[in-house]
Design a protein. Structure first.
Length: 168
């Protein structure tokens, strides 16, 4: 995965549209399905929990399928990019302890993965206006910069690929 430049305003507006569309479609379709099932198969006891649950499950599955089909749409480009970036950062986070240990031993791939993680996190947090934790990110970046200088490495995050994480 490569980091891309994303227009923050465009991303936020498209994300808001996706969120509202998901909420509305999930609400409307789950109610429509459950009410249809209740009208076709009424219960003498008056409990329709299972029909309501089935309506929500079917609606959630339909929404998930729709999002998978729509993820290649041009208007979803920024939202899908951020979803993929979050997925990649999560993969790196799960290996963070091993990456930190390998980076301290001078492993260039570990340092490259950490550099990608820090750059990606910085971009993600700026897109989501989550700048509160930037001080901890800057401290981790400074530590990594010290290791890069100590081992005299040149890192280019455009060389990062998730396959690098298999060795950790």
């Amino acid at each position: 995965m490569q980091l891309q430049s994303i227009d923050k305003q465009l991303y936020r507006s498209r994300l808001n549209i996706v969120i509202v569309a998901c909420i509305v479609s999930l609400s409307v379709s789950s109610l429509a399905i459950s009410q249809s099932l209740i009208s076709f198969f009424p219960s003498e006891t008056g409990s329709h929990f299972h029909w309501n649950l089935l309506g929500v499950v079917v609606s959630a599955l339909g929404l998930g399928f729709s999002l998978l089909k729509l993820k290649t749409h041009p208007k979803m480009k920024e939202v899908v990019y951020v979803w993929l970036l979050k997925k990649e950062l999560n993969l790196i986070y799960r290996k963070n302890r091993k990456l930190q240990a390998a980076a301290e031993q001078g492993n260039a791939d570990a340092m490259l993965a950490l550099q990608f993680s820090y750059e990606g996190s910085r971009q993600l947090w700026q897109l989501d206006d989550n700048t509160i934790v930037m001080t901890s990110l800057n401290a981790a970046q400074s530590k990594l910069d010290g290791l890069i200088e100590e081992y005299n490495l040149q890192l280019d995050i455009s060389n990062y690929q998730s396959g690098l994480l298999r060795q950790f």
